[in-house]
Design a protein around this ligand. Sequence first.
Ligand code: NDP
Length: 452
Amino acid sequence: MSFDYDLFVIGAGSGGVRASRIASTNFGAKVAIAEEYRVGGTCVIRGCVPKKMFVYASHYSEDFEDAKNYGWTVNHATHNWKTLIENKDKEIDRLNGIYHNILSNNNVTLYESRAEIVDQNTVRVGDKTVTAKYILIATGGTPMMPDIPGIEHAISSNEAFHLDDMPKRVIVVGGGYIAVEFAGIFNGLGADVVQLYRGERILRGFDHHVQGFVADEIRKKGIDLRTFANPAKIEKVGDAVKVTLEDGAVLEADAIMYATGRIANTEGLGLENVGVETKANGAVVVDEYSKTTVDSIYAVGDVTDRIALTPVALHEGMAFAETVFGGKPRAFDHSNVPSAVFSQPPVGSVGLTEEEARAKYGDVDIYKSEFRPLKQTITLGGERAMCKLIVDQKTDKVLGVHIVGADAGEIIQGIGIAVKMGATKEQFDATVGVHPTLAEEIVTMREKYTGE
Ligand code: NDP
C-alpha cells in the first residue's frame, strides 16, 4: 500500500521536529509535520527559553545589591518590563525562524494547521486528508488550571510571558518547577510575591533536603511562601484580584498566576477514532519504544507524561526515528536524567533522591554539606549552597547528586555524565577539585552525614 508520507508528525515542538529531521535526513523518509500554533513548541516559544531570559533579568537586582560590598556604587537601578518583553520576543521570533529553516532544510513539509487522526494511517490537516505509514504524536502539554470560582481571572505561564506591565503584587499558586521559578522571577523584578502551596514541602519528587533548603533560601530572599495554603475563589476588584484561601484568609494582588501542573494535549486529536489508549490524565500510553497501542502510531515528549523535559523529548524523538526508520530499535533509557530548576538559588539534580535510594538499595551513605560560597562571603544577601551525595553501601556507586546554589544547573550537567557511567564514591574522591568553586564540594565531602 502506498502512502503520501512515510511519517506524519503532529506537533512541531522539540520532540516532533527532532524526530522528523532525523527520519528525513538520516534515514531518507518522506516526512510531513503539522503545527497549529508556532513552530518551536513550548520550550522555545513559551517555556524554557523565555523563562531563562526572565530568570537572568530578575537576578540583576540581587547582583546590584551584592556589588555594593565589592566596592561598587550602584545608583538607583530601575527595570523596564517592556524592554525585556520586546527583546525576548525578538529572540523567540529568531528561534521560530530557525525552526522553520530546520524543517525546510531537511525536506520536511510543514502544514501550519491543526491535525486530527482519522484512522491508523490517515490524518486530517486543515481541509486536507493525507496518509502516512507512521504517525507520531508530539503535541506536548498545556497548563492545567483547577476549576475554582473566578479561575478565569488567573493567568498561567503562557500569559506571564506577554503581560503589558510588570505586576507589583503577585500570587503564585503551586510548588513545582514553574511556580518556584516564576516566584523567583517576579520577586527579583521587584514584585511582592506570595507563593501558595497546598502541601507541606514544595518541589515534590525532589530530595527532601533540596525541598527544605530551597524553601528556606527563597523565603530569605523575600518570597512569602505559605504551605498548606490554596485559593478557594478569586474575584476581580478593579484592576486587582481578591483571593480567598481555603482557610478563609483574603489576599489582594495585581496578578495571580497558576502553575499547578500541565496536562497532555490530546483533546480533539481523534485518538478515540483509532483506539490509541490514554491514561486518566489524557497522556498517551506508550511502550519503551514510544509505540502506542496502535502499531503505526507513536508518541514522544510531554504528551506521554514520562519525564516532561525538552532534552528527554529530543532523545525520545531520535530513538523513535532510529527504531522505525533506521532499523536499529532503541529504547531511550529514562534513568539518571539530570535536570535543573531555575529557582533562585537554582537546583541541579541527577539520579535518585535519598528516599528513592533507601527504598531501592536499602543501605546508603549520605554526604551532605551546606555552606556559604566564596562569592557570598562578603555580599549582603549571603545566599547559601548545599551539595548532597547518595552512595550505595554495597557497590560504592553514587546513586544521586543534588546541588542547590549558583550555577547548579551548569554543574550538574558534568556530574550527570559520571553518574550515568556508574561512577563510585571512590572515583569522585580521586577527582581533584577545582578551587575555589562551589562545585569542588562534590569531590571533597569525606564525612558521612548521619542527621535526618
Ligand atoms: P509540577 O507538576 O512540577 O508542579 C505542579 C504543582 O502544582 C505542584 O506543587 C502541585 O502540588 C500543585 N498542584 C497541582 N494541582 C493543584 C491544584 N488543583 N491546586 C493547587 N495546587 C496544585 O508542574 P509545573 O506546572 O510546575 O511543571 C510541569 C512540568 O514541566 C514539570 O514537571 C517539569 O517536568 C517541566 N518543567 C521543567 C522545567 C525545568 O526543567 N527547569 C521548568 C518548568 C517546567 P502537589 O505537589 O501537591 O501535587
